[in-house]
Design a protein around this ligand. Structure first.
Ligand code: ZN
Length: 74
């Protein structure tokens, strides 16, 4: 996959997370729970993490992954 920002080839791999990952419209200071419809809880696991297959551009730092296809880690 080519990086849509710089056009260089992206490296595939896995974005690995710990318990909670959220993409929120504004920076939440305490809880990462969604506050409105624009907020997305990407992964929430009590004791494990979640892995996402994706691509990284080491040139400009972009990471692309599908947050709906998380893989539970045991
Ligand atoms: Zn790039």
């Amino acid at each position: 996959m080519k990086c849509f920002k710089c056009g260089k080839e992206m490296q595939n791999g896995f974005l690995q997370t710990t318990n909670i990952v959220a993409f929120n419209q504004t920076r939440h200071k305490i809880s990462l729970n969604p506050k409105n419809e624009a907020d997305v809880m990407i992964a929430r696991k009590a004791f494990t993490g979640t892995d996402f297959q994706g691509y990284i551009c080491k040139e400009c730092g972009l990471v692309v992954f599908n947050y709906k296809n998380g893989i539970s880690r045991f």
